[in-house]
Design a protein around this ligand. Structure first.
Ligand code: GAR
Length: 201
């Protein structure tokens, strides 16, 4: 079974959605542990309630120490994939280099539009008519690595920021596990920046 670690900073709804797909067997993967930079993150509380091992990364002792701790846990548990689910820290280029093409992120916009930590609000206030969700590999730059999948979400005139957030999260919760399923099955091939799924389609 594929082993992944999930990193969260906030509510952890994407982590819960992935966990449910693992439990149902839709995503054939085990969550080795859930880690956070925030000890009070709701996502960590939820992970504990779901019975996962949880780890608080000691960012108060510096990024190097926090990543060293994460690295030790990854190695000791033979984790194959590092899945960011609302993890609001930039990983160092050393760490990214060590786990090249093994770190995945989800972002609530159609990248490269609206990178950053407030993408839904930024895109709503900008007035876009179409936004969405991106799942991508992590490289050294923020919200930048090769794109694995995207799904569009239309912004209707009747939408509020809250209703748009709801639609985006719903899209995230469906797109993330489907993308990880393809990724873990080894079907993606890299062509420059393009990530291509090999047939049969
Ligand atoms: C999600 O919308 C995710 O796309 C976003 O944080 C939210 C976490 O929600 N990530 C980023 O903005 C990364 N730049 P969750 O904690 O409920 O899964």
């Amino acid at each position: 079974m594929t082993k992944m670690a999930i990193l969260v900073s906030g509510r952890g709804t994407n982590m819960v959605a992935l966990a449910q797909r693992c439990f149902s067997g839709d995503l054939k993967a085990d969550i080795s542990f859930v880690a956070s930079d925030k000890k009070d993150a709701l996502g960590i509380k939820k992970a504990r309630e779901m019975g996962f091992e949880t780890i608080i990364l000691p960012y108060n002792e510096g990024m190097a120490r926090a990543e060293e701790h994460l690295n030790e846990k990854i190695l000791s548990q033979s984790v194959e994939w590092i899945v960011l689910a609302g993890f609001m820290r930039i990983l160092s280029s050393d760490f990214v280099g060590k786990y090249r093409d093994k770190i995945v992120n989800i972002h609530p916009s159609l990248l490269p539009a609206f990178p950053g930590t407030s993408a839904i609000k930024d895109s709503f206030e900008y007035g876009v008519k179409v936004t969405g969700v991106t799942v991508h590999l992590v490289d050294e730059l923020m919200d930048h690595g090769p794109i694995l999948s995207q799904r569009e979400v239309r912004v209707e005139d009747s939408d509020t920021l809250e209703s748009l957030e709801e639609k985006i999260h719903e899209a995230e919760h469906d797109l993330y596990w489907r993308t990880l399923k393809e990724l873990f099955s080894g079907r993606y091939r890299k062509k420059g920046r393009r990530m291509i799924i090999e047939g049969p389609y």
